[in-house]
Ligand binder design. Structure first.
Ligand SMILES: Nc1ncnc2c1ncn2[C@@H]1O[C@H](COP(=O)(O)OP(=O)(O)OP(=O)(O)O)[C@@H](O)[C@H]1O
Ligand SMILES: [Zn+2]
Length: 723
């Protein structure tokens, strides 16, 4: 299975999608088509040897397709923008002037059938409308109803009843509205890309011998060393090797407060180096950086249809044929059955053909959804598809992981309480030696407590054998022929060696919000270690904002219930679920979905992947630089700021409001003109004008989403202070 992408400049109206589907559907070996109407891009899944049959089939229906590759979708798409040629401009001007002149001559009393009028109108139709007529003919040959076909019929119909000037004006206005629509879509596209694509074209690279040379960013390879000066944008992703600075990472995270960078820290293409000189080792080439992936993801997200878009497409599928059928009845029935004037009713039918074009309706959703996605991306929220952007508003409850999500996930040892008559150091060394082989944050805390404790000398770890990590409990290992366990209360209970004294100490630590683990042998508890994690700075405010939006919160953790309750109370979470094994977390998510419908789940995206996948919308945080999180989550929050949750939900609500406005508007205008047409009060050119107006209004209404920044918090989250 292969994937090919094409740019099709003259895929003017979304209704042409049907034509393309029909034609390519007849080519064997093609299994799936994805349309990106804003970028005029077509994706094809196929098993063909090469792309030629696809190109040929497209040419047959008048579409000039240019193949594009995955890697250059980001950069090249900018070059392949739709530019209107000079010739088109001249032709359009001639067409407009002649159409209007012919109309004026008729108004001033001349006969509609006079030679001058007919000549002018014909000239107008040839200069402005030939393209439309040609496409209309192709549509007719392929038995599809698209707007080129409808406009052609309307024009020819008007001519057939001798309304030459009317025919000219209609086809000219239609061509003009296509041009204007192209322009406004182009503007929308540029606005969207302008929000995100800001990487420099060149990079300063070190070559053999230590010299620095300026190179095209596209020519820089992975592992090369690149230097950026203060005030410069970082050209590629990498890891700092020398120097120190602060970097404004807003293009990635949406957060403009600078982040300190020293050796070992990741840097991202498009971010702004503020103070010092940085040297970094390139980890991703142009076209593959985090920013590129964000941009591509926004572009591709448009290909998957959001629910509204599916509704609109479905609606358009029935709407157009229904109106056309009705128009036929209008033209035929009154004159035949009631002896009404044929020309009058025929004209009404032609107006209805114009009204049958669903263009405004069909274009309104993608513009809105893409604007919403772009606006989210600019705020450091990568939404993987219009579906999630639309569904976000339905989230009733958010489940949050405790460790690493609400807290920093970097706990430190606060208490070491011996239960036997042995030196604290000896016990801590045993625990650290076992845990040195575990990746758990609690284990890391114990190891670093041992290695950095008071007297400062490097502390040795004992050699261990048969290390085993015990899910949801802890770990065990053999040291000098003795089996040791380091684990939680569950572990001690399962060994059957718990007692009132142990429980008393555990409870004391837990009530302080600490995580308590016990070092034991198979036969006896030896020592209790208390570990404390710190809350992330924005956790409290993030929960407050969620509640202000009417979204409930629940905390999930493998830690014990008492500690869970204490932490939940600190952050203001309604409901804390402790002692959860990984499979329990899945069960909780299922239960929440059954009770609330749409459930969000937030985690770091690596340990919580199954629960994130199970939730209606899975949010991975701290995603910048972690490929897996960006791939697996439904929504990737680029940094650790949980306030992005509320921002996402508010944006989703706002987006769906704009979507509904646009649909109401587009359909409303149609209904009004339908009534006017029936009453004989609408002319052809008014109908074309209304269609153009509606398209423009919905495009600009959709683009309003691009202007949202922090403002959405003020409007939609009624909580105290936000930045
Ligand atoms: N290697 C270990 N050393 C010591 N204690 C451990 C270890 N692994 C797990 N534990 C204990 O078991 C508990 C449950 O662990 P688990 O990994 O299921 O949850 P968690 O990741 O700590 O919490 P959360 O679900 O909030 O991320 C931990 O809170 C800790 O007390
Ligand atoms: Zn117990």
């Amino acid at each position: 299975m292969k994937h090919s992408m094409f740019n099709i400049r003259n895929m003017d109206c979304p209704t042409e999608e049907a034509l393309i589907r029909k034609r390519l559907g007849a080519v064997t070996g093609i299994s799936e088509l994805t349309f990106n109407l804003m970028d005029r891009r077509l994706g094809v899944e196929h098993t063909l040897a090469d792309e030629q049959p696809i190109l040929d089939a497209l040419r047959e229906i008048g579409m000039n397709a240019v193949p594009v590759t995955e890697a250059d979708t980001v950069s090249k798409s900018e070059a392949v923008t739709h530019v209107v040629s000079r010739r088109t401009w001249i032709f359009m001007t001639v067409s407009g002037i002649t159409a209007i002149t012919s109309e004026i001559i008729v108004w001033s009393g001349a006969d509609e059938q006079s030679l001058a009028v007919i000549a002018l109108a014909l000239l107008s139709i040839v200069t402005g409308g030939l393209g439309t007529l040609k496409k209309g003919w192709i549509a007719l040959k392929n038995f599809t109803l698209n707007m080129n076909f409808l406009m052609s019929i309307a024009t020819i119909g008007a001519i057939s009843i001798g309304q030459w000037p009317e025919a000219a004006v209609v086809i000219f206005l239609f061509a003009l509205s296509e041009l204007i629509e192209t322009f406004s879509l182009e503007r929308a596209k540029h606005a969207i890309r302008g929000l995100m694509a800001m990487t420099p074209e060149t990079a300063t690279v070190r070559i053999d011998g230590g010299e620095w040379v300026e190179k095209g960013a596209a020519d820089v390879q992975v592992e090369q060393i690149v230097r950026v000066r203060p005030g410069e944008r970082i050209p590629l992703d990498g890891v700092v090797t020398a120097g120190g600075s602060s970097v404004n990472q807003a293009p990635i995270t949406g957060e403009s407060i600078p982040v300190a960078k020293t050796a070992g820290d990741p840097v991202f293409a498009g971010t702004l180096n503020e103070r010092g000189v940085l040297e970094f080792r390139v980890t991703a080439t142009k076209g593959h950086t985090t920013l590129d992936r964000i941009i591509r993801s926004v572009q591709e997200a448009q290909g998957q249809r959001a629910p509204t878009q599916r509704f609109v497409d479905q609606f358009a599928r029935y709407y157009t044929p229904a109106v056309v059928a009705f128009a036929v009845l209008v033209a035929v029935v009154p004159p035949l059955l009631f002896g009404a004037a044929f020309e009058l009713w025929f004209y009404k039918a032609l107006v209805m053909l114009v009204i049958a074009c669903p263009c405004a309706l069909v274009i309104s959703t993608p513009v809105t959804v893409v604007s919403g996605l772009a606006s989210a991306a600019r705020q450091g929220i990568l939404v993987k598809g219009g579906l999630h952007l639309e569904n976000g508003r339905l989230i009733k409850i958010v489940a949050l992981d405790k460790t690493g999500t609400l807290t920093h996930g970097r706990p430190v040892v606060t208490d070491v309480i011996p239960l036997v008559d042995q030196a604290v150091d000896v016990l801590l060394q045993l625990a650290a030696s076992v845990d040195a082989h575990s990746g758990h944050p609690v284990a890391a805390a114990i190891v670093s407590a041992w290695q950095t404790s008071a007297d400062g000398s490097a502390r040795l770890l004992l050699p261990v054998a048969s290390f085993e990590s015990l899910t949801g409990r802890g770990a065990k290992a053999v040291i000098e022929d003795q089996l040791y366990y380091v684990g939680n209360h569950r572990q001690v209970e399962e060994l059957g060696i718990c007692g009132p004294h142990v429980e008393e100490v555990l409870r004391r630590l837990e009530e302080e919000g600490k995580t308590a683990v016990v070092l034991t042998t198979e036969n006896a508890p030896l020592c209790i270690i208390g570990v404390a994690d710190t809350l992330r700075g924005h956790s409290v405010e993030a929960i407050k904002q969620l509640h202000a939006l009417g979204v409930a919160s629940v905390m999930l953790t493998g830690d014990n219930q008492t500690t869970a309750n204490v932490i939940a109370a600190e952050v203001g979470i309604d409901d804390a679920r402790g002692n959860l094994l990984p499979e329990d977390k899945l069960a909780v998510i299922d239960d929440l979905i059954a009770r609330y419908g749409k459930v969000g789940m937030v985690g770091d995206g690596i340990n919580d992947a199954p629960a994130l996948a199970r939730a209606s919308i899975g949010f991975a945080m701290g995603s910048a630089g972690t490929d897996t999180a960006i791939e697996t989550a439904d929504v990737a929050l680029m940094d650790d700021d949980l306030r992005k949750l509320a921002r996402f939900i508010a944006l989703s609500r706002y987006t769906s409001r704009v979507l509904r406005q646009n649909i109401t508007l587009a359909i409303g205008i149609k209904v009004v003109f339908f009534a006017l047409a029936l009453a004989g009060k609408a002319t052809l050119w008014m109908a074309v004008f209304a269609d153009m107006g509606a398209s423009l209004i919905v495009i600009f209404n959709g683009m309003r989403l691009l202007r949202i920044k922090g403002g959405i918090e003020r409007d939609h989250i009624k909580s105290g202070h936000t930045r």
